[in-house]
Design a protein around this ligand. Structure first.
Ligand SMILES: C[C@@]1(CC(=O)O)c2cc3[nH]c(cc4nc(cc5[nH]c(cc(n2)[C@H]1CCC(=O)O)[C@@](C)(CC(=O)O)[C@@H]5CCC(=O)O)C(CC(=O)O)=C4CCC(=O)O)c(CCC(=O)O)c3CC(=O)O
Ligand SMILES: NC(=O)C1=CN([C@@H]2O[C@H](COP(=O)(O)OP(=O)(O)OC[C@H]3O[C@@H](n4cnc5c(N)ncnc54)[C@H](O)[C@@H]3O)[C@@H](O)[C@H]2O)C=CC1
Length: 139
């Protein structure tokens, strides 16, 4: 089970491994919170001003980061990233495998200082998106 909490991102460096559709979704949420993001992938599939490291992943790339998102299209590699991160006491999100994640990515509705975050313990994303839509309508 996953605990909802508010994380202070000040002075926390975030690494996203993989730079395709899933990574783009993470960035869309993170940029609203002024996160310090670095992207690492051999192929960056969208335009961004965030720091980019163009290479294939190696465990040593995790040094210096407080949070890691494993967002490659290789399920085995994502799990490997999770194992490497855990060994370094870095919290990790695996975009295609909540069971191997320390935290999951909620559907967020943010307005000013207020944030509503909805998740389903990684079990029913569509339901999370529907709930967010309802919250947006109510507000
Ligand atoms: C575990 C988790 C990943 C994590 O924690 O990182 C996860 C996993 C999976 N997502 C899947 C599918 C889709 N995910 C989206 C979109 C989002 N998914 C997000 C979160 C999460 N998704 C976490 C759990 C959250 C929770 O607990 O509810 C959002 C809210 C936030 C974000 O990603 O930042 C973001 C919206 C961003 C926004 O709008 O703000 C869409 C829609 C789209 O792409 O437009 C589809 C297509 C749906 C369709 O088919 O209709 C599948 C495939 C199986 C399936 O279909 O169910 C898996 C499972 C798997 O791959 O194993
Ligand atoms: N919101 C969510 O959580 C979503 C999750 N997904 C899931 O996310 C996974 C990835 O999907 P997409 O982003 O659509 O894939 P994609 O094909 O668009 O992007 C994959 C990225 O991974 C990178 N990559 C591949 N091998 C690598 C390596 N060895 N080292 C570093 N980077 C590497 C590629 O260069 C590319 O940038 C899929 O399993 C999919 O099911 C997809 C969409 C939404």
């Amino acid at each position: 089970m996953f605990l909802p909490l508010g994380l202070n991102l000040k002075n926390k460096k975030i690494l996203i491994v993989g730079a395709g559709a899933a990574a783009a979704q993470k960035i869309r949420a993170l940029k609203k919170y002024k996160a310090q993001i670095t992207l690492l992938a051999p192929e960056i599939k969208f335009r961004t001003n965030y720091k980019k490291i163009k290479k294939t992943y190696a465990a040593a790339d995790l040094a210096d980061y407080a949070l890691v998102y494993a967002c490659t299209n290789d399920r085995k590699l994502n799990r490997q990233i999770a194992a490497d991160a855990r060994r370094r006491n870095i919290l990790v999100n695996v975009c295609d495998d909540p069971r191997h994640s320390d935290f999951i990515s909620p559907a967020i509705y943010k307005r000013g200082i207020m944030s509503a975050a909805v998740f389903s313990d990684g079990r029913d994303v569509r339901r999370s998106l529907r709930w967010r839509g309802r919250i947006r309508e109510i507000l």
